[in-house]
Ligand binder design. Structure first.
Ligand code: PRP
Ligand code: HPA
Length: 186
């Protein structure tokens, strides 16, 4: 992919629609943390952040999960800095052994769900005792990889638009945007 012009990147931010403010996102993460604590605090889980998008949500979630857990990451990508998905590419598989242990997969967004579906299947195949999933955003449309595909813990629902911020990128940029923004016209 060719490098986008920085002017384009700045314009995309300036013209974007703010869907959720930083405060709204933080409240949603706190809500998720409470639900995850209720479900997992006695289970000694392994928590895997899905890189790169899971970076921000996982960091903010982890400090609100005050019970014993191990945290690590895996790296799987489908969009490769573009705005449409391809087949899933594993860059780094999980590096903590989770056989017979519960696993929590944390990602920024459940869009079509191919990424999450494949990661969940992998964790079951590797012998996790239970596999849970947490996503900051669920995108609402009828193109899910499976019609019944939902995450166990969901922060916010968005309409069918291309978004960035809180870990989610536009052409590799704006993962650092302090809110959830929708690209103008997308
Ligand atoms: O539900 P899906 O349609 O499968 O899309 C969701 C996935 O796409 C993004 O990752 P991406 O492949 O863009 O890599 P990134 O985490 O580096 O942004 C996002 O972080 C999710 O992992
Ligand atoms: O809307 C999105 N924004 C950023 N990354 C994504 N990956 C899947 N869908 C999206």
């Amino acid at each position: 992919m060719t490098m986008p012009e920085l002017n384009e990147i700045k314009n995309v931010f300036d013209e974007a629609d703010l869907l959720f403010t930083q405060q709204q996102v933080e409240d949603a993460i706190t809500h998720m943390a409470k639900d995850i604590t209720d479900a997992l605090s006695q289970l000694n889980p392994v928590v895997f952040s899905v890189m790169n998008g899971g970076l921000v949500i996982t960091g903010q979630l982890l400090t609100q999960l005050t019970f014993p857990l191990q945290a690590s990451y895996l790296h799987a990508t489908r969009y490769r800095n573009s705005t449409s998905g391809h087949s899933l590419e594993w860059k780094v598989p999980p590096m903590i052994d989770f056989k017979n242990r519960p696993v929590l997969i944390v990602d920024d967004i459940l869009d079509e769900g191919h990424t999450l579906a494949e990661i969940l299947e992998y964790c079951h195949g590797q012998g996790a005792s239970q596999v849970y999933s947490a996503v900051l955003i669920n995108k609402q449309h009828d193109r899910k990889a499976r019609p019944d595909l939902v995450a166990d813990f969901v922060g916010l629902q968005i309409p069918d638009r291309y978004i960035f911020g809180y870990g989610m990128d536009y052409k590799g940029y704006w993962r650092n945007a302090p809110g959830i923004y929708a690209v103008k016209g997308m």
